[in-house]
Design a protein around this ligand. Structure first.
Ligand SMILES: C[S@@+](CC[C@H](N)C(=O)[O-])C[C@H]1O[C@@H](n2cnc3c(N)ncnc32)[C@H](O)[C@@H]1O
Length: 214
């Protein structure tokens, strides 16, 4: 399992050093499309910068009284997130996204930024199955991800292996997995020659997901 406690405080600066503001732009790409969400599940959400941006977008939306469940396995990441984004509408859970309790058919927005790449195929399947079960009909799923393997992604996996104990060694394509659980890709944007992508998915076919889960 990945343990980001030791790098949590430096994570933001390491990111800026490697990518400038490019990852932040990916995280914020579709915020305007989902600002009306009411129940949000943010998995592996890290140090809270994405939460702050989400809250800002939502506060500009007329409909929003939003409740957000934040789940991250790193206590240090969670502390940073809580200090940044506050506690009024966000419940913080220091837990494993693969095993934590989740309600059925509850969330109309799921958020995962640079998180799916932490998982090997069988765990990605498990995660998608859990998200599909927790998602309300027509829930949206906002994803930021690396979309192309190459030396930079290999270096990142090596860095995370050394600093956090991450066992995953290669990028798994999440598209067929999400499609298999009844999600459809609505929009996507990429930068850095296709390396970095932002995606907006819609849960369209709940029956399909539950068939696979049985
Ligand atoms: C690469 S970081 C991305 C953090 C943040 N989403 C971002 O965009 O900066 C991965 C995050 O996922 C968390 N994480 C890794 N495995 C997890 C798991 N099984 N359950 C919950 N969180 C996990 C880590 O603690 C870390 O905060």
């Amino acid at each position: 399992m990945m343990d980001c406690d030791s790098i949590a405080r430096w994570y933001r600066w390491l990111e800026y050093l490697g990518f400038g503001r490019a990852l932040e732009r990916r995280r914020e790409a579709f915020l305007g499309d989902v600002a009306d969400a009411r129940r949000v599940l943010a998995l592996g959400d890290g140090d809270g910068r994405a939460l702050v941006a989400l809250r800002k977008a939502m506060s500009a939306s007329a409909t929003a009284v939003t409740y957000i469940d934040y789940v991250d396995i790193s206590g240090k990441m969670l502390e940073l997130a809580r200090a940044r984004a506050g506690t009024d509408v966000i419940a913080y859970h220091c837990d494993n996204a693969l095993t934590c309790p989740l309600p059925d058919s509850e969330y109309d927005l799921i958020v995962t930024h640079f998180f799916l790449d932490c998982f090997e195929e069988k765990y990605l399947e498990l995660l998608a199955a859990r998200v599909a079960r927790a998602a309300a009909p027509r829930a949206r799923w906002v994803i930021s991800e690396f979309r192309r393997s190459g030396w930079l992604v290999r270096c990142l996996y090596l860095f995370f292996r050394v600093t956090t104990g991450l066992c995953t060694a290669r990028l798994v394509d999440h598209h067929p997995v999400l499609t298999g659980y009844g999600f459809r890709l609505l929009r996507s944007e990429s930068t850095w020659c296709g390396l970095l992508a932002s995606e907006l998915w819609l849960r369209e076919n709940p029956d399909r997901a539950s068939c696979i889960l049985e």
